[in-house]
Design a protein around this ligand. Sequence first.
Ligand SMILES: Cc1ncc(COP(=O)(O)O)c(C=O)c1O
Length: 341
Amino acid sequence: MSLIKLLRKQNRKLLFTTPSHAQKFFIFNKFRQFYKYDISETDTHNPQAALSEAQNRAAKIYKTNYTYFLTNGSTSGIIASVLACTKKGDKVLIWRHAHPCHHNAVVLAGCEPVYYDLPSVKDWGIPDKTTPELINIKGVKAVIVTSPSYEGIVSDIKSLKQICEKNGAYLIVDEAHGALYPFSDKLPQSAVNIADFTVQSLHKTAGGLNPTALLHVNCNINPEKALSMINTTSPSYPLLASIEANINYLNTSKGRKKIDGLITSIESMKASIKNVDFGGDDITKILIRKEGFTGYQLSEKLFDEFGIEDEKTNEISTMLLCGIGTSSMKLERLKKALLKL
Ligand SMILES: Cc1ncc(COP(=O)(O)O)c(C=O)c1O
């Protein structure tokens, strides 16, 4: 049974259970629909079984051993991965300037962090990719790599996996910004079928609600116990159902066409702009720089004169994030602004 269908079912039983709003008492009236679908594990329709089936179907779509739906972001996926594949006292190799959840995961697991540094792409002011040499360290139980980076720099996950295998370490890939990758050949290769654990934030680029995300497992470690240690026992079924709908959409020809349409629109926008430079490995992250401007000046000008807010800026460049919901009208406005710079 699909989670989405299950939530639509009317419950005719007299439930003396949580949640106490009983799908009928709307304290925040604007969220009526949300309350209506907000059921508990105790619901007689057995939502746990439907969740488990939905996750199994997702694993088939992604061709993974397991895929778990997360309602506390990629953050919880990283923590669960580290908890699942390490023991107290193990060493875990992480990038010194990674998202804070990497360090927090290592600390929560009682492990010892070992750091690696990334060189920078000097003429863009951003961190470069992770290479096998940078993580070729013996005696670590797991390695966490961020790919793509915030700015769309993508590492060669296959070669990273090979080096991890040689050193007997699990590879955890933070693909928080790459949730669209499995659904288009025009995007970089996803880590979901290569790394031992891959996390993706659906809410960042794939149209998901905050903070929906996925944890994909490619090895034979089942992270269920680790997940149960950090997750609530009262998950949000509306959010979980939205994850099921999200994956189903991305996996339809309509969803794939939408992603390809986004890529084509960005490609044509880029082709018509000659007065700024474009960088990065992922076309959906529009990384720009302009001679005579620092990244901060460029960002300020875009905001002050054109009302355009970027996602991330550094001394040299600025990045405008696109995702499945970025309309061609929005890109057209960006194009006009960039041409006027
Ligand atoms: C690279 C990276 N990893 C992990 C996270 C955490 O993701 P979430 O917000 O889905 O927990 C973020 C969030 O900004 C991020 O940028």
